[in-house]
Design a protein around this ligand. Structure first.
Ligand code: IMP
Ligand code: MG
Length: 171
């Protein structure tokens, strides 16, 4: 078992999600909103965040897989597409972590082609020191240093997604 050092507790996550949920509810007040959960990493974040949003929403899922390799190539394979059209909809992409920015940029460009009314990004985590492509993150949970984190949906080799907190893994 790898050494996992706790970084962000379940309580801290819940508190921050409440704040973000209120911001989202205020900004989209009077509008309809589609949350696009980027699988797999965002499934827990999306499920919890949705319960802090108090306006009508629908939820759809975009399954993605980055091509293998230690460094993100930004070339994303779609493993499961959205089940409804997002044309003329207000879309909020829910991502677990933005590292180099390559993956989210690819997803954003793909979804923009479908002509949503608006499209914004919500990411639980951001590693600004690793940026290769600058990304405008409209709603951000936490900024972290350059370290590999797991838990709360995030994996290392498909493990640790079920940890209720976020921890830094020492491989
Ligand atoms: P990017 O294209 O470099 O921004 O990579 C984003 C994707 O890489 C995320 O959606 C995650 O799947 C994965 N990733 C990047 N950093 C971490 C990490 O610290 N822990 C777990 N997954 C990560
Ligand atoms: Mg991911």
């Amino acid at each position: 078992m790898a050494n996992i050092i706790p970084l962000i507790s379940a309580e801290q996550i819940n508190f921050r999600l409440h704040e973000i949920g209120q911001d989202i509810s205020a900004i989209y007040s009077g509008k309809s909103l589609v949350l696009v959960c980027i699988l797999k990493g965002s499934f827990i974040f999306t499920a919890d965040l949705a319960r802090h949003i108090n306006i009508p929403i629908s939820i759809d899922f975009l399954g993605t897989k980055s091509y293998e390799g230690s460094e993100s190539s930004g070339i994303v394979q779609i493993t499961h597409d959205l089940t409804s059209s997002i044309k003329d909809k207000n879309v909020l992409i829910i991502e677990d972590i933005i590292d180099t920015g390559l993956t989210i940029t690819h997803i954003l460009n793909l979804l923009k082609l479908r002509e949503p009314e608006s499209i914004r990004i919500c990411s639980l985590l951001h590693k600004p020191s690793r940026t290769k492509v600058p990304v405008k993150i409209d709603f951000r949970g936490f900024t972290i240093d350059d370290q590999f984190v797991v838990g709360y949906g995030l994996d290392y080799d498909e493990q640790y997604r079920n940890l209720p907190f976020i921890g830094s893994i020492r491989k």
